[in-house]
Write a protein that binds this ligand. Structure first.
Ligand code: HEC
Ligand code: HEC
Length: 414
């Protein structure tokens, strides 16, 4: 009897050791691997960096005004387009279509906005160096909001006078400024702009710049919340098995992502981006004009009327990013490395929505086709269909809520 019990217990121990061994093997990480996993966890993300070029970046009232402006369609040529037309909060602040649609159609895909306060350069080609300077781009773009800076200054005077003046001081007298005028508008708008005095142009541009600074104060508060992957890292870091959080397939995909597929060469850190520009040979959209990518963006940001060194910056002498910016021949055909957080929620993919699904993206990395411009940095992965499926499964674990002002903006999609 006793012998029997001992035997049964011994068998149970052996069986469970066998089971745990077989079960936890894919879940066992070396110290070095654990350190890599932790480096990708949201817990490792630095606090939102300050932006000395925007004096109201941390101002609550500016963020509240910026939020209203972000959703206000009156800031457009046809009173129908707001930032939120393309950057929709319930779609992780993008639009799920290949090319953005405002008063016209853009030549690139709408980018999500969460955590862009951490990015030294904005847009697929990095042609802007702050969130506030970035926001001024779509407002004056003929295919996005399609308006002029005079139109926007008048809109502020008509609808936001009190809020604006509390933050930025008295609005200038705009009574002699025509309803539409700006250096980038259509022919009549440019002619009207040329007729303004220097003082009028400066006055209008200052209001325009402050719109960007208020919107940036709001955008800074749009962040990623923790995903299943982050919960996994926290559990395995505490020495427990994370098998209840990630499936075997997802863990296998994670191993491939870190190891043989070498995705972390570019998609690293808590945001899964090195914040740099790389050429990955993504084919151009059929019929698209030649896109130089970062090569053109690097030139544009140095010349930008609103860059860190400009008269509109609140810290024109503190511009290390511009100063040490690298752009050479390798910039041709290179694009900003996107964050992979919430990536499964926002097909289609790449700078012009060229690839429809995550499977198509992985097929691209597997084949590493010849580049459209410049030189692709990719080498074919030569993985089998199962391995590609595993990596795609892992990418789906990076979805979490989007958090605005410390609160969940939208419920987690999965
Ligand atoms: C017509 C659609 C559309 C509208 C309207 C629009 N955007 Fe965008 N947004 C885009 C597209 C397309 C891109 C990428 C463009 C590029 O790289 O050339 C982009 C890029 C961005 C980025 C860069 C993100 C990154 O990671 O670099 C930010 C931030 C942004 N938009 C904020 C705004 C704000 C603020 C407004 C309103 C003032 C706005 N957008 C209006 C389509 C739009
Ligand atoms: C050499 C740097 C580099 C490597 C290595 C790399 N990526 Fe990328 N990744 C990029 C760049 C740059 C883009 C955007 C390219 C474009 O739009 O033309 C991108 C885009 C993506 C996208 C689309 C995201 C979006 O919002 O459009 C996914 C998904 C992705 N990468 C996953 C991976 C995976 C998985 C691996 C490993 C198999 C990997 N990447 C390896 C640089 C890299």
């Amino acid at each position: 009897m006793t012998q029997n019990r001992i035997l049964i217990r011994a068998t149970l121990v052996a069986v469970s050791a066998f089971l745990t061994g077989a079960d936890s093997a894919p879940d066992r990480w070396s110290q070095a691997e654990l350190a890599t996993l932790q480096s990708l966890s949201l817990e490792e993300l630095e606090p939102i960096p300050s932006d000395p070029t925007n004096a109201v970046a941390g101002h609550r009232g500016a963020a509240a005004l910026g939020e209203r402006l972000f959703f206000d369609t009156r800031l457009s040529a046809n009173s129908a387009v707001a930032c939120a037309t393309c950057h929709q909060p319930d779609r992780t602040f993008q639009d799920s279509i290949p090319l953005g649609r405002g008063v016209g159609v853009t030549s690139r895909r709408t980018m999500p906005i969460a955590a862009t306060a951490h990015a030294p350069f904005l847009f697929w080609d990095g042609r802007k160096d702050s969130q506030w300077a970035q926001a001024l781009g779509p407002l004056e773009s003929e295919v996005e909001h399609g308006g002029t800076r005079a139109l926007y200054a008048h809109a502020i005077a008509a609808h936001y006078r009190a809020e604006y003046e509390t933050l930025f001081g008295p609005l200038p007298d705009l009574s002699a400024v025509p309803p539409s005028a700006g250096p980038l508008g259509d022919e009549p708008a440019r002619a009207a702009w040329a007729k303004l005095s220097d003082t009028q142009r400066t006055d209008v541009t200052r209001v325009f710049v402050n719109i960007g600074k208020a919107i940036a104060a709001y955008e800074r508060r749009i962040e990623f919340g923790p995903s299943r992957f982050d919960r996994y890292v926290s559990v395995v870091s505490a020495g427990h098995s994370g098998r209840g959080i990630l499936t075997k397939e997802e863990i296998a995909g994670l191993r491939l992502f870190l190891g043989p597929a070498n995705c972390t060469q570019c998609h690293n850190g808590p945001l899964f981006t090195n914040n740099e520009f790389h050429n990955t040979g993504v084919p151009a959209r059929p019929g698209a004009t030649m896109d130089q990518g970062r090569l053109a963006g690097a030139t544009a940001v140095l010349r930008d009327e609103f860059n860190c060194r400009s008269q509109w910056s609140d810290a024109p002498r503190r511009c290390p990013e511009l100063e040490f910016m690298m752009a050479g021949d390798h910039a041709l055909g290179a694009y900003k490395v996107p964050s992979l957080r919430n990536v499964a929620e926002r097909a289609p993919y790449m700078n012009a929505g060229q690839l429809a699904t995550l499977d198509a993206v992985l097929d691209h990395y597997n084949r590493a086709p010849a580049e459209a411009a410049g030189r692709s940095e990719l080498r074919p992965l030569r993985m089998n269909a199962r391995e590609l499926r595993q990596i795609a499964a892992f990418l789906r674990t990076l979805s979490g809520p989007i958090v605005v002002n410390g609160r969940m903006a939208v419920r987690e999609a999965h």
